[in-house]
Design a protein around this ligand. Structure first.
Ligand code: F3S
Length: 424
């Protein structure tokens, strides 16, 4: 792999042993991928603060520098961790102190989380604490090389923003944050950003649930390739793009899609496929839509709903507003948690939405989610959600049944304690 003079200097220790360890990791990683070089990144999104029993042990044995070296640099040496070299943010993490008594989450993990924030914050990690950094001010521009983790964020950055990132890991984002470099392969290269499959939606795609089901279909169809979607698409908003991408990255490993005339790298279908010929379209019609709905509801059996989960990926302020409107003056039979980025929770609090939602008996929670922190209200056997991603993962993580539907279906389930959703 070709290294710049700066890369070589970092590798040789010019900026200290931690940066040298970071560069060593990136060189090994790049060589394994046959990357020709590293590229500059100035936007890293990783999970430095996420608490875990392994991290607790490392901190006990060697302090926070040791924990970063082992977990974020894959290095057992004693290293002094310097400040982050490039802008770096924390994605979703563990639950914070304000979740105590609400979320069944271990007190020692809450404490570890708080200590991690203090350490990494001082090192220059922006504690955004959300899987949707693009909702709270971290918006890379088109063509900008990034090093992001979190599949739902990666697909949004590549497809909607036109930024360039692979789905990175804990160690590669740690190394990128200290060097401002990442192997230049995969989604960083223009030739790997053209569409591979064409999907023609012959049913109207005009609300978040429809976008979620279409995304689930696209991911299942193309797996790790790049779908181009045309047809009866209403112009999607941020919420719908969030649901589409998260679903496609759950049923498959999609990191980049194109919606011709909507997403930035595909002004036309021809542009979406670039030098490649346009493949025959695969139809997404009534039958495929019905099949997706049945698949997403394939893990629901009892209609007695204990728990409703909204905000996966973390909710937009508009989702919180819509939820407040539907819950205004109601009382709930089931528990309802809505996950939001902490800075949007502040806005929701100031807008009066949180008060309305919590007066109904629901909770607006920040920082984490049930899948990430393996936590749901005690006794949950059946949950409902408007998120294809959460319906895909949570039954396996927590061993519970799942129902998938619209926001209105989920609110109805929370109010009545029963699932009555149907595909219209
Ligand atoms: Fe975010 Fe958790 Fe969903 S991290 S994307 S709310 S599974």
């Amino acid at each position: 792999m070709r290294l710049s003079d700066d890369d070589k200097a970092m590798l040789d220790g010019a900026e200290g042993p931690a940066v040298a360890a970071a560069m060593d990791l990136l060189v090994r990683y790049g060589q394994a991928l046959d990357a020709e070089q590293l590229c500059d990144v100035r936007n890293v999104a990783g999970t430095m603060t996420q608490p875990s029993p392994v991290k607790a042990r490392l901190v006990r044995e060697g302090g926070w520098h040791k924990a970063f070296a082992v977990i974020n640099l894959d290095c057992d040496d004693e290293l002094e961790i310097p400040d982050m070299r490039v802008p770096t943010c924390q994605l979703q993490q563990g639950f914070g102190p304000d979740s105590a008594g609400v979320v069944p989450y271990p007190a020692e993990m809450i404490k570890l989380q708080s200590e991690a924030e203090a350490f990494y914050g001082r090192k220059g990690v922006n504690i955004l604490a959300t899987c949707t950094p693009y909702q709270v001010g971290n918006l890379p521009v088109r063509g900008e090389h990034c090093a992001w983790m979190e599949s739902s964020a990666v697909i949004y950055a590549n497809s909607v923003l036109g930024a360039r990132t692979n789905c990175e890991g804990t160690a590669s984002t740690g190394a990128a944050s200290l060097t401002g470099r990442i192997p230049c392969w995969g989604n960083h290269l223009a030739e790997n950003r053209y569409g591979t499959h064409l999907i023609d939606a012959t049913v109207p795609i005009d609300d978040p649930m429809e976008w979620g089901m279409l995304g689930y279909f696209a991911g299942d169809l193309v797996q790790e390739a790049r779908p181009v979607v045309v047809g009866e698409l209403a112009i999607p908003d941020l919420l719908e793009l969030k649901h589409f991408g998260a679903a496609a990255a759950s049923s498959g490993g999609v990191e980049l899609y194109h919606l011709p005339g909507i997403t930035p790298e595909a002004p036309t279908v021809e542009a979406a496929f670039g030098p490649h010929s346009i493949p025959d379209a695969v139809a997404y019609g009534r039958g495929e839509r019905q099949a997706m709905y049945e698949t997403l509801n394939g893990q629901g059996s009892s209609t007695d709903v204990d728990f409703v989960l909204l905000g996966c990926p973390h909710a937009s302020l508009d989702q919180v507003r819509m939820t407040a409107k539907l819950l205004d003056g109601k009382r709930l039979k089931a528990q309802l948690w809505m996950m939001v980025p902490r800075s949007l929770k502040t806005a929701a609090d100031r807008s009066g939405y949180t008060e309305i939602i919590e007066a109904a008996g629901a909770r607006v929670l920040a920082d984490s989610c049930p899948a990430m922190s393996r936590a749901a209200p005690p006794g949950t056997r059946v949950f409902a959600t408007d998120s294809a991603k959460q319906a895909h993962y949570l039954p396996a993580i927590l061993g519970i049944e799942a129902w998938f539907g619209s926001l209105e279906d989920c609110i109805d389930a929370a109010i009545n304690g029963r699932w009555r959703g149907e595909l219209e």
